[in-house]
Design a protein around this ligand. Structure first.
Ligand SMILES: [Zn+2]
Length: 428
C-alpha cells in the first residue's frame, strides 16, 4: 500500500502567481504532497478539495512563489569580519554557520538558493545535511568550490586552476563531487592580494570552463567586477555574470554602452548584487540611527559617503537597464561576505525598484526570472499546477509596495509549512 496523499488548502486575500498576470483576490492554492495541485478562486477550490484536507487561512496576506536568491556564501557569517578572519574558522564551524544561515534565509521567504562557493566540502556537506532533513533551509544548488587562479579571489576555498587544462580538470572534479553548476572567478575581488579591477582569466580559460561545464549539462556563473572580465565572460559564453560593475583599473565605475549592447545581444543573465556594492545593511542601519536622532556626526558623514557611493553604482545600473532590459536581471544578495547577513533579499528588491523596476517586476525577478536563470523554471518560480509547492505570504501587497517583502507571515517549502513565530526575530 502506498502512503496516503497529504492535502493542504492555503487561502489568502491576494495572490501574485509569478506568471506576470494581474494580482488576483481571494484565492487558494491546493497542495498535494510537495506539488501544487490547483490554484483558483477560494470558493471553487474549497468545493473541490477533499473534506479532510488541512485548511490554512492566511487572511488578507498576499501569497507569492517562494523567493530565489542567486548568490549566497553560506559558510560565512556576514558579521562584518574580514575574509582572513572568517576563513580562519574550521570547516566544522563553517558548516554550523551555514546551518544557521539557511534557517535565516528560509524564514525570510527564500526557498531556493545558489551556494556560490565554500571551502573544501562545506557546501556539499550542507546540501547533503539538508537532503537528509537534518537541518531546515532553502533548496540548494551548489557550486562546491569556486574555480580561481593561483592567489585569486577565494583561493582559500582550495579550487585553484591555471590554464585551460587545469580548469577542465577542476570542472570535472567538481561535477564528480556533486556540483549543480560551476562558479568561476573571472576577476579579483575582496580577497587580500587580488585586484577587483583586473581580469583573472583569459577568454580561452573561461571558455574551457564553459565548454566543459556544458558538456556535463551544468550552467556557469562568473564573478566579474572588472570591466575587462565582463568583456571576456561575454566572449567566452558564460551563462550568468555576477556583479557587472564596469570597474576600470583606475578604481572607478565607467559604464560602457558597447559592452552593454553585447551583453544584451548574447542574453547573458546578469546578477548585479546591488546591496553588496552599496553596503546596504550599513546604510539601513545608519539611516535608522539618523531618523531617531541617535547618529553621531561621524556616522552622518559615513552615511553621506555611502549614499554617494550607492548613487554612482545605481546610476551605472540604470544605464545598463536602458540597453539590457529587465528580463535578464537576477537579484542576488552575496550574503555571508562583509556585513551582508542572511535573510535580506528584500534589500536587493528595494534597490531594483530604486533603479526603475516596478514592484511587480522586482518580485518577478526574484521568482520566475531567477528560476529560468538557474534552470529550474519547470519546478519553481511560479504558482502553477505541477510546480513544487514553495510559497511565501507577505503582510501587504508586494506588487504595490516592495517593502511588503520584508514582512513575511508564512513560508511553505515543498508543501510543508516552515515558518515559526521566532522567524522574524531570526531574520532581523
Ligand atoms: Zn559572492
Amino acid at each position: 500500500m502506498t502512503e496516503a496523499t497529504r492535502s493542504i488548502v492555503v487561502r489568502a486575500g491576494l495572490l501574485a502567481d509569478g506568471s506576470g498576470r494581474a494580482l488576483q483576490s481571494d484565492m487558494s492554492v491546493w497542495i498535494e504532497d510537495d506539488r501544487i495541485h490547483a490554484v483558483g478562486p477560494a470558493a471553487a477550490i474549497e468545493a473541490a478539495a477533499p473534506p479532510d484536507a488541512q485548511r490554512i487561512d492566511l487572511g488578507a496576506a498576499c501569497l507569492a512563489p517562494g523567493l530565489i536568491d542567486g548568490h549566497t556564501h553560506l559558510s560565512l557569517a556576514g558579521d562584518g569580519r574580514p575574509y582572513t578572519e572568517m576563513f580562519s574558522e574550521t570547516d566544522e564551524m563553517m558548516v554550523l554557520t551555514g546551518a544557521l544561515n539557511l534557517q535565516r534565509h528560509l524564514s525570510a521567504g527564500i526557498t531556493t538558493i545558489r551556494e556560490h562557493g565554500a571551502r573544501n566540502r562545506v557546501g556539499f556537506t550542507l546540501k547533503e545535511g539538508l537532503g537528509r532533513g537534518y537541518i531546515p533551509g532553502p533548496r540548494m544548488l551548489v557550486s562546491g568550490r569556486p574555480i580561481t587562479c593561483t592567489g585569486g579571489h577565494f583561493h582559500m576555498c582550495n579550487e585553484t586552476a591555471d590554464g585551460e587544462e587545469e580548469i577542465r580538470r577542476s570542472v570535472r572534479r567538481l561535477v564528480h563531487e556533486g556540483a549543480d553548476y560551476i562558479k568561476i572567478m573571472a576577476s579579483g575581488g575582496g580577497t587580500a592580494g587580488t585586484d577587483p579591477t583586473r581580469a583573472s582569466y583569459s577568454v580561452a580559460e573561461l571558455h574551457a570552463a564553459v565548454h566543459e561545464a556544458h558538456h556535463f549539462h551544468r550552467l556557469t556563473a562568473a564573478h566579474c567586477r572588472a570591466k575587462q572580465s565582463m568583456v571576456r565572460a561575454v566572449e567566452a559564453g558564460v551563462d550568468l555574470m555576477e556583479h557587472a560593475e564596469f570597474l576600470e583599473p583606475d578604481g572607478n565605475l565607467h559604464f560602457d554602452p558597447d559592452l552593454a549592447e553585447k551583453m544584451a545581444e548574447t542574453g547573458i543573465w546578469i546578477s548585479p548584487t546591488l546591496q553588496a556594492w552599496c553596503q546596504w545593511p550599513r546604510v539601513v542601519f545608519l539611516r535608522q540611527r539618523r531618523d531617531v536622532g541617535d547618529a553621531s556626526a561621524d556616522e552622518l558623514r559615513r552615511l553621506e559617503a555611502l549614499e554617494q557611493r550607492a548613487r554612482g553604482r545605481l546610476d551605472v545600473m540604470r544605464r545598463m537597464l536602458d540597453i539590457c532590459g529587465k528580463e535578464r536581471i537576477v537579484p542576488g544578495t552575496d550574503s555571508g561576505v562583509n556585513d551582508l547577513a542572511f535573510g535580506h533579499l528584500d534589500y536587493d528588491l528595494q534597490l531594483l525598484v530604486e533603479v526603475g523596476f516596478t514592484p511587480a517586476e522586482a518580485l518577478a525577478s526574484a521568482t520566475r526570472i531567477s528560476a529560468e536563470a538557474i534552470g529550474m523554471e519547470n519546478d519553481v518560480g511560479t504558482l502553477q499546477v505541477g510546480r513544487i509547492a514553495d510559497l511565501v505570504a507577505f503582510a501587504g501587497d508586494p506588487t504595490k509596495d516592495i517593502n511588503a517583502v520584508s514582512n513575511v507571515v508564512a513560508v511553505f517549502q515543498a508543501g510543508q509549512r516552515v515558518l515559526c513565530s521566532s522567524a522574524t526575530a531570526l531574520s532581523s
